[in-house]
Design a protein around this ligand. Structure first.
Ligand code: ADP
Length: 403
């Protein structure tokens, strides 16, 4: 028996196949360039990889292709489609409707449609993945795991913006937060490593990938997070600005005559590390340029880390204490310089890194000094495994438990 996890973007469909019993990863891959002239299919399984050009004009065709490939004798992964006991879907925006993972039925689909204005790029692609799974594997349970769900515990004082209150009442303008599946996964892993219940743990999780967000997690509950109504707010990201004075948007539009869509593109695609450095959205390129003396590259790294540091301070204050600080995702797991600069000077909060542990390559570990009051961790994230776990849980709770 297997669980299939699907993550659809506007032009891609990523998948992972897990064994049902122990959630061992059996295969992973993607179809990319959906909507383009031709598509690329990639799969890795049993230490083998394969890549080929394919034709899959939309998400449904891409999903069918994935299923056909998974059932091909070449991989020895699935013989019969009935072996797939459930499909877990990553869904970006569940707004205020979903505080937990849910079994996707027609009512859920209707609510997801209502959420489209809040995530116009992501939710339609997620829905396309759900429709495709329903069309191609019939009545297998489809489970929705929401990026926003983990942060539905935020208190009003943390999620409300100081705008006219009716904007919240009428348009649901508020902080939702994202990367919830990742923040939850790494926090659960810390409790497991500590062999401790969440009560009494005041944790800040820093998910630093291409998109980036921090979460303040007190007693196992997300009490604040840096992304907002959309994934644009908060810390500096690869190409997204993060926080800035909203009046700048009006200023730019008046000064340059840029349209709403053009400004949207500047803030989401041309800002962040890329915009500041003028080099790349990838910190590795920016650091390489900084090493060669490029001043803007140095500045971009400074701004990036300073913003994280400010959020760490803010969240320690919000939780009235701090016991654990976690770094995860592409930069969080792999970039010692970012971790060092983001923690520098925070000894007064009890954060003291061990430079050797921080610098040394490797995966899951503690990187704080032995006398640091706050434990500082690197915890590799695995959002797909988290989705598989939650999918299995939902399936397990259905009346007819799979054999
Ligand atoms: P996504 O948000 O797309 O899932 P990831 O979590 O994979 O992204 O993070 C991708 C980013 O992580 C890259 O753009 C790069 O800046 C950074 N990154 C990846 N690998 C490394 C590395 N070995 N050293 C430093 N930074 C890295």
């Amino acid at each position: 028996m297997k669980i299939l996890v699907i993550n659809t973007g506007s032009s891609s469909l990523k998948f992972r196949l897990f064994r049902y019993n122990d959630l061992k990863l059996l295969a992973k891959g993607l179809v990319e360039r959906i909507g383009g002239k031709s598509q690329i299919f990639k799969i890795s399984w049993n230490d083998k990889v394969k890549e080929m050009e394919v034709k899959a004009e939309d998400h449904k065709a891409a999903f069918k292709l994935v299923i056909d490939e998974l059932m091909s004798d070449e991989y020895g992964l699935i013989k019969n489609i009935s072996e797939i006991k459930g499909v877990g879907h990553r869904v970006v925006h569940g707004a205020e409707k979903f505080a937990h993972t849910v079994l996707i039925d027609n009512e859920v689909i209707e609510i997801l449609k209502e959420c489209i204005p809040l995530a116009p790029l992501h939710n339609p692609a997620n829905l396309a993945g759900i429709y495709a799974a329903k069309a191609i594997i019939g009545d297998v349970p489809n489970v929705g795991v929401f990026d926003t769900a983990f942060h539905q515990t935020l208190d009003e004082k943390a999620f409300l913006y100081a705008l006219p209150y009716e904007y919240y009442e009428k348009m649901r303008i508020r902080r939702y937060g994202f990367h919830g599946t990742s923040h939850k996964f790494v926090s659960l892993r810390v409790y497991e490593l500590l062999n401790q219940k969440p009560e009494g743990i005041r944790m800040i999780t820093c998910h630093l990938g291409n998109g980036a967000s921090l979460a303040a997690i007190k007693d196992g509950i997300s009490v604040d997070t840096s992304m907002g109504m959309t994934p644009l707010e908060g810390v500096v990201m690869g190409t997204r600005s993060g926080d800035f004075d909203p009046a700048i948007i009006l200023f730019i539009m008046r000064q340059t005559g840029l349209s709403v869509d053009e400004v949207d593109k500047v803030l989401n695609k041309k800002s962040g590390l890329l915009g500041l450095s003028g080099i790349s959205n990838d910190i590795r390129d920016v650091e390489a340029a900084a090493d060669k003396g490029n001043e803007r590259a140095k500045l971009a790294i400074d701004v990036y880390c300073y913003r994280i540091k400010k959020y760490i301070g803010a969240y320690a204050a919000a939780m009235e204490g701090l016991t654990d600080l976690v770094f995860t995702a592409g930069l969080g797991e792999n970039d010692p310089l970012v971790r060092e600069k983001s923690c520098k000077g925070l000894e007064f909060l009890g954060i003291k890194l061990d430079p050797d542990k921080n610098d040394k390559p490797g995966s899951e570990r503690l990187i704080s000094a032995d006398d640091s009051r706050v434990r500082v961790w690197i915890i590799p994230t695995d959002e797909e495994l988290m989705i598989a776990r939650e999918t299995k849980e939902v399936i397990g709770n259905l009346k007819k438990v799979p054999s």
